[in-house]
Write a protein that binds this ligand. Structure first.
Ligand SMILES: [Zn+2]
Length: 98
C-alpha cells in the first residue's frame, strides 16, 4: 500500500503588531510630538468644555440656581483635558468627555 507522505502544512501565524494605542485621556501620554518630533510626555491642563456646560445647564434646569450651575466649571472631572507639548507648547490632542 502506498501511503502518501504527509504534507506538513505550516500555518503561518499572522504577525500581530502590537501598536500601542495612545489614549489621550486624563493622564499625560508619552508620544512623539507631531510638531517638533520630540519624544515627549504631554503636559495636560483642564479646559471647560461642552460636558461642563451641559452639566451646568442641567443643574440650572433642575432649579438649582445661585451659581450652582458654575460648579462643573470648577471641577476638573467635568472639564476637557488638553494635551500640549512641553517642548513647543503646541496642542497635540484634546479629550472631550462627550
Ligand atoms: Zn512639540
Amino acid at each position: 500500500m502506498c501511503v502518501p507522505a504527509p504534507t506538513v502544512t505550516i500555518i503561518q501565524q499572522p504577525v500581530v503588531t502590537t501598536t500601542v494605542v495612545q489614549l489621550f485621556r486624563e493622564s499625560p501620554v508619552q508620544t512623539v510630538c507631531p510638531y517638533c518630533q520630540a519624544n515627549i510626555v504631554t503636559a495636560i491642563h483642564y479646559d471647560v468644555g461642552t460636558f461642563a456646560w451641559l452639566i451646568g445647564a442641567a443643574i440650572c434646569f433642575f432649579g438649582c440656581s445661585l451659581g450652582c450651575c458654575l460648579i462643573p466649571c470648577c471641577i476638573d472631572g467635568c472639564k476637557d483635558v488638553v494635551h500640549t507639548c512641553p517642548n513647543c507648547n503646541q496642542q497635540i490632542s484634546r479629550w472631550n468627555r462627550l
